[in-house]
Design a protein around this ligand. Structure first.
Ligand SMILES: [Fe+2]
Length: 208
């Protein structure tokens, strides 16, 4: 199982495992803590790279986007299990742990990998209209890479079974992203992600 999942994550995870025992340790901590988060991080890596390629981001930005996607939720290591698994709505105190995970993630990433990666991780729950967390940043205050991860993250969360609800169909999830494009999510990112999923036959032409 472990080998299979690492293979799915592609060359990034391999090179990290080869070159940094510190990163390897983090990856295994996440895997041990919560398999969903671990697999979700890996899927996010794939989606984000596909979106980034469509935008023709530079090699350097693509590399940062890939690392940030792979590690965007590592801050959840600090969230108690019962909160991650809770099927009911979280209370304010419980949600405070969730609110902290982007900044915790930034702080966990070893300094050698930081650069903009930490900022991307910290901003992946910010929303264009300022309704996100941890800082309530708006529009241009949010890094482009964080906007890409936000769209892919929300899509993946909607299309997989969660403790609080069943998975949505891809078309329905895309309609929800389109409804919130320009409000929560960057319009261009949603559009590009839609074209990626259509090309792969994951969603149909009816998703409008
Ligand atoms: Fe997250």
């Amino acid at each position: 199982m472990e080998e299979l999942v690492i293979e799915q994550a592609g060359s990034y995870i391999e090179s990290i495992c080869q070159h940094s025992s510190e990163m390897d340790e983090i990856i295994h901590k996440v895997m041990k803590k919560d398999m969903y988060t671990y697999e979700h991080n890996n899927r996010l890596h794939g989606y984000s790279i596909q979106i980034g390629e469509k935008f023709h981001l530079s090699k350097d930005r693509m590399e940062k986007l890939g690392f940030a996607a792979l590690f965007h939720d590592i801050g959840k290591i600090n969230v108690p299990d019962y909160i991650l698994q809770k099927p009911e709505k979280l209370n304010e105190d419980e949600f405070e742990y969730i609110r902290m995970h982007p900044t915790d993630g930034k702080n966990i990433i070893p300094k050698a990998y930081l650069g903009r990666i930490g900022d991307i991780i910290e901003q992946h729950h910010e929303r264009l209209d300022g309704s996100g967390y941890p800082y309530g940043l708006k529009n241009e205050e949010i890094l482009w890479e964080a906007k890409i991860i936000a769209v892919a993250d929300s899509y993946d969360a909607m299309t997989t079974d969660r403790p609080y609800r069943k998975a949505m169909e891809p078309n329905t999830a895309m309609q929800e992203l389109e409804r919130l494009a320009g409000i929560h999510y960057e319009k261009d990112v949603v559009e590009v992600f839609k074209s990626v999923l259509m090309e792969q036959g994951v969603i149909g032409v009816l998703a409008k």
